[in-house]
Design a protein around this ligand. Structure first.
Ligand code: ARG
Length: 712
């Protein structure tokens, strides 16, 4: 017995770490030093220089940040961009009407001339990055308050940006990492003329809807296609008929040979936010105060919005994207509450913090780190109720257009009213454009309803001082009447009355406007920094920085990569199954099939309907896109470390060829943003063969497939 178990232990210990590993969102400039050998062992064929090079073309040239919040890749030499359907969603909805409903029916441009330009859509190329920690840290000292520190850092950042933007050609962004212990700058180039090329209908791109969202097994064709346009020299240019497709430096080849368990898989993209260093009490605050408020308020908005969206397709299109965003994080936050509770994440962290505190109170460390834990814990216990309040408040701002717009416009109106004639002339066109851009795509009954319901929830649920005016209404207790009344009286309730103000500007009128007052109160509350929290907050910031610093110096934490903050990262891992699941008919629970999708089909259902033309195609001939069983694989699992913002990221094989498109995570691993779970965490990807089959066979857009470099 004993011998056997010793043998097993020896075996387990000799296995490469990487059968578990795959945690980590790595900087491209560190791959060579930190990851390359491990990646090679796992199946990487490229050199570090082929992934990230400053002087030569490399993989990174084909990875873009998409519209500020997602990731995409360049897949042809004429600027074709591949991202998720849910990343293109707001643009697809914007370009749709009840008559020409691309969201519902899909859209495929037959030629460049048919590609559709939305109002605003940009992609951001990554040029290079570098470490400026020493430069910035050398300007700082331990006696500075956090405010002084920030001011000094910002001064240095401004210089670094100036030095690297090449006269405005590039956007330079300096960001802090490891909770303010390190700094790197990033150089980007932005393109603002990006057009829709193709999208499957929503019933394919969002198959399974919110029921399947954050879940595996999954059968979603979550992709859409765009194109970057540039001037004749390939430089960024505002929209013009003369713009031409961007001649891409580098584009990803597409590999349709298929994937199997343990195949190497890496993902490059822009993960938004992780909190792997979050202290135990911070987790408790989120689980018990912040997230429950978020979840409750989100659900309320969703219920109100859905009523109106179901009644009218035009209203549905106006709110589809906002609704999807709220629903996405509603489910995510509940998933986080459940996972963090079930895995007792706070307890795990608390144990680690006990060990930290011991280290921190050794005589050599005490003066620097001795107060760290108590400062952190004190701050959280002081701010629990505030965090709950803030989450209810943010829900108002997020879901009610008229909680924000009057203040935004009103600030401009104030300047205008106070200006002399010459200045007014200058301001007028800008304000007119702002009004024109603001009063589109909303439904007043829905807006009033959402605002009233959210104000009721906010005032009844938060145990924290409310803005005065709102507290007064709450006392009288009728937000329905109140909201109706202020919409009757306010100049911000309609485009016409807002425009009328510009004809006859009157400061007093503005300052007495009830929607302006409400909106100003809400935003002031949102920005408020109460005096009583000033010192604890200062101490917290400093202590959190020292906590991370101490964790690294003491070796108590092994994390060698910085938290996600929407900067470009690489994560590598493998195709990796989850335990067998009766809901998945595939042979191994690491992929799903077209057959499986048809099994889930519910005729006429909002989430599980299948377009008739797709049903008519049958499930037999998938041609070169079939897997080895003659089936079509739709989605597959890898064990990469991703989070929101990675949506649309390319999944690449060891040769840097495109095998899929990351689009989701699994609900069981929703604690992942705080603690990476080696057993549970998976990335859910669309198989590139499904994408190509949809473009080629389902949509018949063979001219798009012809643009690609396909390896079969
Ligand atoms: N959970 C995905 C993400 O955050 C979004 C999926 C969108 N699909 C949906 N059914 N809401 O990246």
């Amino acid at each position: 017995m004993k011998k056997i178990s010793l043998l097993i232990i020896a075996l387990v210990m000799s296995l490469p770490l990487s059968i578990f590993a795959n945690e980590g969102m790595w900087f491209l400039m560190h791959i060579e030093r930190l990851n390359y050998r491990d990646m090679q062992k796992m199946g990487l064929q490229l050199t570090p220089e082929e992934i990230y090079s400053i002087n030569n073309q490399s993989l990174k040239d084909a990875i873009v940040q998409f519209n500020g919040g997602c990731t995409a890749s360049i897949i042809s030499d004429t600027g074709l961009v591949l991202t998720n359907h849910h990343c293109g969603y707001n643009v697809i909805a914007e370009l749709s009407t009840a008559e020409q409903n691309h969201l519902k029916n899909g859209f495929w441009a037959g030629s460049l001339a048919e590609e559709l330009k939305p109002q605003r859509l940009s992609v951001r190329f990554f040029v290079r990055m570098d470490d400026v920690s020493e430069r910035i840290l050398s300007k700082l000292n331990d006696t500075m308050s956090e405010k002084e520190r920030e001011a000094t850092i910002n001064k240095e950042i401004a210089k670094i940006e100036q030095e690297n933007n090449e006269g405005g050609k590039y956007t330079v962004s300096v960001r802090s990492f490891y909770q303010g212990n390190e700094f790197y700058y990033f150089v980007y180039q932005d393109y603002n003329d990006v057009r829709l090329v193709g999208t499957p209908p929503e019933s394919i791109g969002k198959y399974g809807g919110d029921t399947d969202n954050w879940e595996w097994p999954r059968h979603t064709g979550d992709f859409s296609l765009f194109r970057v346009y540039a001037d004749a020299d390939g430089n960024p240019s505002a929209y013009s008929e003369d713009n031409v497709p961007l001649k891409s430096d580098y584009h990803l080849p597409v590999n349709i040979k298929g994937v199997k368990e343990n195949d190497f898989a890496m993902i490059l993209g822009y993960p938004g936010r992780t909190n792997r260093w979050m202290p135990a009490e911070g987790i408790e605050q989120n689980v018990n105060y912040a997230y429950p408020a978020w979840v409750e308020a989100s659900k309320l908005s969703m219920d109100v919005m859905k009523k109106y969206m179901n009644e009218d397709e035009a209203v549905n299109l106006m709110y589809a994207s906002l609704y999807a965003g709220i629903a996405n994080y509603w489910k995510n936050r509940q998933g986080m509450i459940d996972a963090l509770t079930q895995h007792k994440t706070a307890e795990t962290k608390r144990k680690l913090e006990k060990r930290f505190d011991k280290w921190a109170n050794k005589s050599a460390n005490k003066s620097m780190y001795g107060d760290v834990m108590s400062n952190i814990n004190n701050y959280y216990s002081l701010t629990n109720e505030k965090s709950k309040h803030d989450n209810y408040l943010i829900a108002i701002l997020r879901s009610s257009k008229f909680s924000v717009l009057p203040y935004q416009l009103g600030r401009g109106f104030k300047n205008y009213a106070e200006a002399n004639d010459a200045k007014r002339k200058e301001l007028l066109p800008r304000l007119q454009a702002m009004i024109a851009g603001s009063y589109t795509d909303y439904h007043l009954p829905l807006e009033k309803d959402v605002l009233a319901e959210q104000l009721k929830l906010y005032t009844s649920k938060s145990n924290y001082p409310l803005p005065e005016g709102i507290a007064e209404v709450a006392e009288k207790g009728d937000f329905d009447k109140y909201v109706n009344a202020i919409f009757e009286l306010s100049m911000f309730a309609s485009k016409e009355s807002a425009e009328a103000f510009l004809e006859l500007p009157n400061l007093q009128l503005l300052e007495n406007d009830p929607l302006y007052k409400l909106s100003s109160e809400l935003l002031a509350k949102y920005r408020e920094q109460p005096e009583e929290f000033a010192q604890p907050s200062n101490d917290f910031q400093k202590s959190f920085r020292l906590l991370v610093d101490g964790f690294r110096k003491s070796g108590l934490s092994k994390i060698q990569y910085p938290d996600a903050n929407s900067t470009l990262r690489l994560t590598y891992g493998k195709v990796r199954a989850l335990p067998k699941d009766p809901r998945n008919d595939a042979k191994i629970n690491n992929y799903t099939t077209f057959k499986g999708k048809i099994k889930k089909y519910i005729p006429g259902d909002k989430e599980f309907d299948v377009p008739k033309d797709m049903l008519d195609m049958g499930t037999k001939d998938f041609g070169r896109y079939a897997n080895s069983d003659g089936e079509l694989s739709l989605n597959f699992l890898t064990d990469n470390d991703i989070t929101g913002g990675n949506s649309g990221s390319p999944v690449l094989n060891g040769n840097g060829e495109l095998i899929g498109l990351a689009f989701d995570g699994n609900i069981e691993a929703m604690a992942g943003d705080v603690i990476f779970d080696k057993k549970l965490q998976r990335t859910i990807n669309v198989d590139i063969r499904y994408v190509l089959w949809l473009i080629d066979k389902y949509a018949g857009a063979t001219h798009i497939v012809d643009e690609l470099s396909v390896i079969e």
